[in-house]
Design a protein around this ligand. Structure first.
Ligand code: ATR
Length: 275
């Protein structure tokens, strides 16, 4: 039986085995998908073993996405640009690193939540790995303005300068600044920081989100950021469960050549979320 895995640390609460199990059931594909808890200093050893064992691919989660990028034999364009890999395809002893996080986020925003990004003002919080994985896909949707705000302002400035050069011909105004400097109105505010892991959701002035839909790339019905956004009076506060399902669907398609229907899986998982 074709086998797959999700590699991470921690990984015990990962929903990926559940999601891929539901996709397999729905599409009639026969496969096995397991969790692999890997020691923080044991990524290479673990993935060498997984590929030697004949697996067809694996997903990579925190904190190994950069190491996966450095390990694979080849990279697709998305993973190369992001410097991070969340999906590995294994074929004939070679590994191809891909990144489906960006497509996952955009699919969730555009398809599931019916939010068009064209001509919209987008504020992206954070400038780390999670943001790098999605920012080019966001720009491909042609927002009119993209502001990247980060606790360490210099990182946001550097990233924004690089993207402004890469996307100069799109007409999108791209700027970077510190979280404390964020002002003005936005249509969409996306949290790509890991501040929620420390229980923090109050990253910017509340006035900034009054006309905005807020989206947390982390999933859970009540993340610190979505809780804060609701209290701040945001138009809506969405979490990243849909992104998780959509990035998994894109990985499933890469591996199996079959596109699962995400609506039913998302509905099932949403109904199980604690309120
Ligand atoms: P990830 O892969 O999850 O993006 P990362 O590359 O370490 O992890 O990036 C974490 C991001 O969350 C960074 O943008 C970080 O800001 P700094 O660059 O200033 O470190 C941001 N972050 C983490 N904790 C935060 C907090 N308490 N408040 C605001 N931003 C925070």
């Amino acid at each position: 039986m074709d086998s797959y895995a999700v590699v991470g640390n921690p990984v015990e609460h990962s929903l990926s085995p559940r999601i891929h199990g539901l996709f397999a059931q729905q599409t009639g594909e026969t496969l096995r998908y397991e969790r692999r808890l890997v020691p923080l200093d044991g990524f290479i050893e673990a993935v060498e073993m997984i590929s030697a064992g004949g697996a067809r691919g694996f997903n990579v989660t925190v904190p190994f996405k950069t190491q996966a990028h450095d390990w694979v034999d080849e990279l697709d364009e998305e993973a190369r640009a992001a410097g991070a890999v969340n999906t590995v395809m294994l074929e004939n002893g070679r590994s191809l690193g891909c990144n489906t996080d960006g497509i996952g986020l955009v699919q969730d925003l555009v398809r599931n939540h019916r939010l068009q990004l064209r001509d919209k003002r987008v504020l992206l919080l954070g400038a780390g790995g999670a943001v790098l994985g999605v920012v080019r896909r966001l720009l491909a949707e042609n927002p009119t303005r993209l502001v990247i705000a980060n606790r360490t302002a210099s990182k946001a400035l550097k990233l924004a300068a690089r993207l402004a050069e890469e996307y100069a011909d799109t007409g999108c105004e791209i700027t970077g600044l510190g979280l404390g400097e964020v002002a003005g109105d936005y249509d969409l505010v996306i949290n790509g920081t890991s501040a929620g892991l420390q229980g923090r959701g109050d990253l910017i002035e509340t006035s900034v989100v009054r006309q905005a839909v807020c989206y947390d790339m982390v999933y859970g019905s009540n993340t610190p950021f979505t809780r804060w956004a609701r209290q701040a009076g945001a138009v809506d506060a969405l979490n990243g469960l849909g992104m998780l399902v959509e990035q998994a669907a894109a990985a499933f398609y890469l591996w199996r050549g079959v596109r699962p229907e995400t609506d039913r899986v998302l509905a099932e998982l949403t109904s199980e979320e604690p309120r």
